[in-house]
Design a protein. Sequence first.
Length: 368
Amino acid sequence: MRIELNNTKRIVIKIGSSIIDHNHDKIINGVCANILNLLDEGKEVILVTSGAISQGMKVMNIQTKPKDIKKLQSLAAIGQQKLMLIYENIFSKSNLQTAQILITHGDINDRVRYLNIKGTLEELLDNNVIPIINENDVVSTEEIKLGDNDNLASMIANCVSADLLIILTDQNGMYDKNPDSNRDAKLINKISVEDLKDFDSDFSTQSEIGTGGFTTKVQAVKRAALSNTHTLIANGLEDNILNNIFYEDDIGTLFIPSEKKVSAKKQWLDTTDNRNSVIIDDGACEAISDNKSLLLVGVDDVEGSFEKGDVIQCKNKNLICIAKGIVNYSSDEVLKIKGKSMDEVTTEFGSEFSRELIHVDNLIIIET
């Protein structure tokens, strides 16, 4: 038995398109039967599911996934109701209610909407309703798409402070080498999230149906760890997989978070995806890495347009995002202040002028 999972209460389970596409009746019925067992054991389950587009492709008899965003959106509109009907038909046989929740990155970026999502999920769980979450592909565009449900699942895990995130895919877990090109690749059954930064592996493998390869799964693991959530990646095509995960150490890969847990606000900051940014100098980069506030004097340039209170990216001179944070000034104000002396700035903005563009409490470092 996996002792790390002994006290697991709240679980987020992500089912990928590659699972649903494989004889979905048998697979989904098996996974849902396992979920019923978890519920009987007193655990809480939130389901994050892909598959709306692939279900739409089946209905419309389309063999190759289109690239045009409007075609994808229309297929999602067709397939989403079919996808929900699959789950509803299964769980209703056990007198369980399900709730559909569709999310975009706009919902995640907005702090109020993010907290509303959290409140709704908590209420549903309190009433023994199974939340079933998917990205709202119908209203998403290429610019605001979450891109894959691995990261969506990790955002939800952060949002509700889940104990465990389970990602079911068509792969057995993480290997020490790419198993597609290395016959001697070995499955890693357990690894700490901190060790991932030094781990040499090819995560680029992707399935034809889904949008996320193993790279996105590693990103999801790191994000889930911010709320001290364990993540387990396993092969959802295997029989009785969710039950076996808890009792057999050699199934899938278990990622162990560090003891350090960041604040709820900083977890939310990590999930945001605002493209606006400031370019900062080496001194400011060093200050951020030392857990200090970002000062206006460290800003070299501005990308995009933002208002006071917005979340932006902080990029180094190589244009790599090293942090995200909530700004105290708009982009227009930053440009006005840049290059001026303190006396000039105080005259223009008043004596209560703050030198901090982003306070350390509103700043999270992004691992590169």
